[in-house]
Design a protein around this ligand. Sequence first.
Ligand code: F1P
Length: 327
Amino acid sequence: MHKTLEEIRKLPEGILKAQKAFEAFRVKYGDFKLPREILFTGCGSSHFLSQLLAMATTHLGGRGVALPCSELLYSRGYYPIGNPELLVAISRSGETTEALKALESMNVPKLGIAAYTSTLLEKADYGLLVDTPEDSVVMTHSFPAFLFAFQQLLNWSFGRPLYDAERLSGLSREVLKNEDYISGIVEEFDFRNVIFLGSGMLYPVALEAALKMKEMAIFWSEAYQTFEVRHGFKSVADDKTLVVLLVNEPFDWHDKLTSEFQGQGAKVLTVGERDTGADYFVRLPELHPPEGVLLHLPVIQLLSYYKAVKRGFNPDAPRFLSKVVTW
Ligand code: F1P
């Protein structure tokens, strides 16, 4: 079995390890609490994770801004980064060149999130070490684990109730039971392109989904904010297209968009609490954002994994990619 699949399936334990990481952070740094103005940065999947954490911060009444490391380093003046009180740098390896450079580019306190004892965590003022090392090149269960650990830190810092790690771990185990159904979609429908749609915190999830499909399956994929897709983007959708609609609480707009795409010949996979009249449907527990966002991740990871295998690729050794990007 591919390491990538093994690691996707580790999500339930990853959530429990994330809870331990949060608890260890609190023991290590005492009464440190996250400030309201936070700038997040990362590369690749870690950049899309930084977007999620920025949205979660804003959702709680703070002001979260996310930039890819390279944009922070070379084009910061074009972005409304404001006056951040903390820079959060995310890197699974903790060794990515741009992430380390980004850490030194701001004169504010720094918090690093990594899966390994690493240069990032050594250099940061605060280190959130989430014990989810991965043999796979692409980021898999460490992504939702990092998300959960920081969300707990946000909840605690902003005086909100903590999430129940055991419950979420159990729910993620239920979501993973869709693996055969998801591989069946790939077997049944030989889609030639895929569009991932998500709104709010599900938009960075859509971006991560498109990246996973590119990295693992070497397959052209797109991601858009859900209802933006009508404005030109949807023209690419036809009978060779799979549209993946990531949605928590669908309403009539989602049903209408689903039938519009079907009218163009495309097939729709809806991932959410209820079906939208789609061709395929993965039901998620009724857990609203931001808590339930991470439950979408194993679905898009499994879809990309099985598309890669179907196309004859080895997801453990994606073309042109290395596990740690240093230069
Ligand atoms: C960042 C990254 C990954 C990507 C690939 C190459 O790594 O771009 O997001 O999936 O594995 O490295 P890191 O900074 O999170 O270690």
